[in-house]
Design a protein around this ligand. Structure first.
Ligand code: HPA
Ligand code: ZN
Length: 335
């Protein structure tokens, strides 16, 4: 089963590039930029990476991201993640980045986007991994700040496919960002949002009805509301589920209690993703391996999840079909 999972061609649809920042690279970049970080060793970092909730994690995540200064730093961060994609048979990835985590510290928007997008171009050329970018607004900041970010993104519109919403969910409902989502959609960005990770089903309703999202990041708490489940199915929206993130942030107590299989049985379209792999104990393959074991998933279940990852990506239909055919051929030979 492990080899079956590892060799499957797959897509990742929920990944924060700042959350892929591995300790070794963090040390290297901090040194290069002559920035002190509050850890002396990888062991100290690992000790610090114990979280009780989303906010605990976010505090450490923003601190880690603060050593990123130059376009080269953003390039190295992104290319390093894309190399991991290549070794895991991730053929396509949809990468979230948080411009405000950096512009708030005085880093220019163009520095961030140029470094990240150059790494994406090089990875397509050198590694055969395709990618697209999701610019995520930080929901703990104001809508006005999000509007500033939207304006900064316009000269780089051709490099960005979608907008997302992340950071501290509770107390920052989707309704806070209704206007900036409307404006983002007018600019041609596809709307997605984190919803129902720590927030309740009402947050997911708002994301659907006010932000008009085309995909739900996490969405676990949608299960609280039967009408909502039906609405998600009616709109044919996929949920980008992140098992190891859910246990690391105590959204789910134990992987054995994870609602993934329940979601699938309800007819929801689900994908498996790593969220912030450097912080939550594993890349996407590790997420598949651990959730398969915990829930006793079959090869057919895994196939369905991986098929969804291409089907519900924002790739054009022709490229989707190429990947889906490759996947189908692999499954026929290895089932
Ligand atoms: N949830 C919300 N915001 C985030 C996350 C997450 O899992 N990762 C990075 N920003
Ligand atoms: Zn996330």
């Amino acid at each position: 089963m492990k080899a079956f999972i590892e060799n499957l061609p797959k897509a990742e649809l929920h990944l924060h590039i700042e959350g892929s920042f591995e300790p070794a690279l963090m040390f290297k970049i901090a040194n290069r930029n002559k920035i002190d970080i509050p850890y002396k060793s990888v062991e100290e970092i690992e000790k610090a990476y114990k979280f009780n909730c989303l906010q605990d994690f976010l505090d450490i995540y923003y601190q880690g991201a603060s050593v990123l200064i130059t376009a080269q730093d953003f390039y190295d961060l992104t290319y390093s993640y894309l190399q991991k994609c290549a070794t895991q048979n991730v053929r396509h990835t949809e990468i979230m980045f948080d411009p405000q985590t950096h512009t708030e510290r005085g880093i220019e928007f163009k520095t961030v986007i140029n470094g990240i997008s150059k790494a994406c171009e090089d990875a397509k050329e050198n590694l055969g991994v395709t990618s697209l970018l999701i610019m995520s607004y930080l929901r703990h900041l104001s809508e006005e700040e999000a509007f500033k970010t939207l304006a900064q993104s316009i000269p780089f519109k051709d490099k960005i496919t979608a907008v997302g919403l992340d950071s501290s969910e509770k107390g920052n409902p989707p309704s806070k960002f209704k206007n900036v989502y409307e404006a983002s959609i007018k600019e041609g960005y596809i709307p997605v949002a984190h919803a129902g990770e720590e927030g309740n089903a009402d947050y997911v309703w708002e994301a659907l009805n006010l932000l008009k999202i085309k995909r739900i990041d996490h969405g676990n708490n949608a299960l609280q509301d039967e009408k909502l489940i039906e609405e998600i199915k009616k709109r044919d929206l996929a949920l980008t589920v992140c098992p190891l993130s859910n246990t690391a942030l105590q959204v789910v107590t134990d992987l054995k209690d994870h609602p993934l299989k329940k979601m699938m049985n309800l007819g929801l379209k689900v994908t498996i993703n790593s969220d912030d792999p450097a912080y939550f104990g594993g890349q996407v393959n590790q997420n598949f391996i651990e959730i398969q074991k915990a829930l006793n998933l079959t090869k057919a279940d895994i196939y369905e999840l991986v098929k969804n990852s291409f089907q519900y990506s924002f790739l054009d239909d022709k490229t989707k079909q190429i990947y889906l055919t490759e996947l189908e051929n692999y499954y026929k030979l290895n089932n």
